[in-house]
Ligand binder design. Structure first.
Ligand code: KIV
Ligand code: ZN
Length: 510
């Protein structure tokens, strides 16, 4: 079977999803999970974009040893030098350089003639190859480019030393048959039929065709697919790793290709990315959605009870979906908790396990049954959402049919304790007003959502907020058995992300 290289760009294109931003620790956390998942290449960011992006790529590259780590660079020496500075400590670093090749991008965005674009691409690849032999070139907006020009530029960059050539469907415009023909034609027209060079594809999901297009491209000869966990990414997102991998795994009779992916790590990866970014997975999302293995209609339930294969084409175990999510209660000890944490796919330091265990015990006092989803929320709250700038010490509210809603809060602003109180239209409004006053921030609340993590009146409530300030949008989450506290935590989490983004404002975007 032909082996497909999985190039994961959750930390780069995925991070470009509206509202999703990751700090360096979060990137490393996801990077480690991608390593366990067995991806071949991790694209960790765009180092010239900001100090934060540079630091994230550097940390992932320095720490992750069993995957190649890539950094994105426009086709110029300055970007490539910056990418290389971030990547060079890595085990197998890859420079990924790109330039747009479609008439619309060349004319309006780059304002360059085609020949100048070709020259710049060749010069960039040649320069990158003086730093490493592991160079990938992308022809941005390839699917709206002239095929003769594409063949010309791709042939030239291969000659200049590119080992991988990527043919992105940047705006999610192509359809499977067209993409198949394009990849096939490029392969046939490359010197020696493209021998010695890996053809890669990178599909966006604007028409919901990203996975189908990626598979069509594989059938035409592509041997690398660029994708993200949960399909997150610009606009409608990128091709989703779990969909592609499980399609290949489920239909080997039809699709004779393999990957190195350890499929039981798919579900933990999906959950982690969702927790870190605050982007929920839609319930009907293929493979990892909450309903992907749920059977509602009586006739389906009856069939599944008789034989699971009647309505299930893959098993929940194959993607690492926990089968019995009821875990523990207040009598569960440290050891059982530690085992549960690692069963769920978390790799925590001893002091992080201790912090999470203390929070678990507190929760167990309030909630009789603790489910996997509760543990996820708890780890996210205590370990992942590190309060770098603003920390909540306490919140209390006074609200009801007779009271004029007001809240009192104590928070730390970069270590300095401040207290304040405000009235509001309701309890949540009062909290958010107090937080804004104490942090001296002007953010606008765009959305507020609350969801119960499991069933029952004692369930944890998870609040997600989306806020905007100064052109920057971020999401924040918080979980607690009291939605008032969860709301305060979510707002503080969003403000921490906003502050990080302000200090690492992208100077350049793709
Ligand atoms: O969508 C795209 O074209 C990209 C390139 C930078 C590879 O993300
Ligand atoms: Zn992209």
């Amino acid at each position: 079977m032909d082996r497909i290289t999985i190039f994961d760009t959750t930390l780069r294109d995925g991070e470009q999803s509206p509202g999703a931003s990751m700090n360096v620790e979060e990137k490393l956390l996801i990077g480690r999970q991608l390593e366990k998942l067995g991806v071949d290449v991790i694209e960790a960011g765009f180092p010239i974009a900001s100090e934060g992006d540079f630091a994230g790529v550097k940390l992932v590259s320095d720490e992750i040893r069993s995957c190649q780590v890539a950094g994105l660079a426009r086709a110029n020496q300055q970007d490539i030098d910056r990418a290389w500075d971030a990547l060079k400590g890595g085990a197998d670093p890859r420079i990924h350089t790109f330039i747009a090749t479609s008439p619309i991008h060349m004319q309006h965005k780059l304002q360059m003639e085609a020949d100048a674009v070709l020259e710049q691409a060749v010069a960039a690849v040649r320069y990158a190859c003086t730093l490493t032999s592991n160079v990938e070139f992308s022809a941005e907006d390839a699917t709206r480019s002239d095929i003769d020009f594409l063949v010309r530029i791709l042939t030239a960059v291969v000659k200049a030393g590119a080992r991988t050539i990527n043919i992105p469907d940047t705006v999610g415009y192509t359809v499977p048959r067209e993409y198949f023909s394009m990849i096939e034609e490029i392969k046939n027209r490359l010197p020696h039929g493209g021998d010695g060079v890996v053809i890669s594809v990178h599909c966006h999901n604007d028409l919901g065709l990203a996975t189908a297009n990626s598979i069509a491209a594989i059938e035409a000869g592509a041997r690398q697919v660029e994708c993200t966990i949960n399909g997150i990414g610009e606009r409608a997102g990128n091709s989703s790793l779990e969909e592609l991998v499980m399609a290949l795994r489920t239909r080997p009779d039809n699709l004779t290709y393999t990957t190195n992916i350890v499929t039981p790590q798919i579900y933990p990866a999906s959950r982690l990315v969702s927790q870190v970014t605050g982007i929920r997975v839609q319930p009907n999302k293929a493979i990892v959605g909450a309903n992907a293995f749920a059977h509602e209609a009586g006739i389906h339930q009856d069939g599944v009870l008789k034989n699971k294969a009647t309505y299930e084409i893959m098993t929940p175990e194959s993607i690492g979906l926990p089968q019995n999510s009821l875990v523990m209660g207040k009598h569960s000890g440290r050891h059982a908790f530690q085992e549960k944490i690692s069963d769920l796919g978390y790799e925590l330091e001893p002091e992080q396990i201790e912090t999470a265990f203390v929070a678990f015990k507190k929760l167990a006092d309030k909630k009789k049954e603790i489910f996997d989803e509760d543990i996820d929320a708890l780890v996210a709250d205590e370990i992942i959402r590190i309060p770098h700038y603003y920390k909540l010490n306490f919140v209390s509210v006074n609200s009801g049919t007779e009271a004029m809603p007001n809240s009192t809060l104590e928070i730390e602003v970069e270590g300095k304790v401040v207290r304040g109180a405000e009235f509001g239209d309701g309890a949540i409004d009062a909290i958010f007003k107090t937080i804004k006053q104490l942090t001296n921030t002007q953010s606008r609340l765009l959305t507020y959502e609350v969801k119960s993590i499991t069933g029952g009146a004692d369930a944890l409530g998870e609040v997600t907020v989306r806020i905007k300030e100064d052109g920057l949008t971020v999401m924040g989450q918080g979980a607690h058995t009291c939605v008032v506290v969860a709301s305060a935590k979510a707002y503080m989490n969003a403000l921490n992300k906003l502050e990080y983004k302000k200090r690492n404002r992208p100077q350049v975007t793709v």
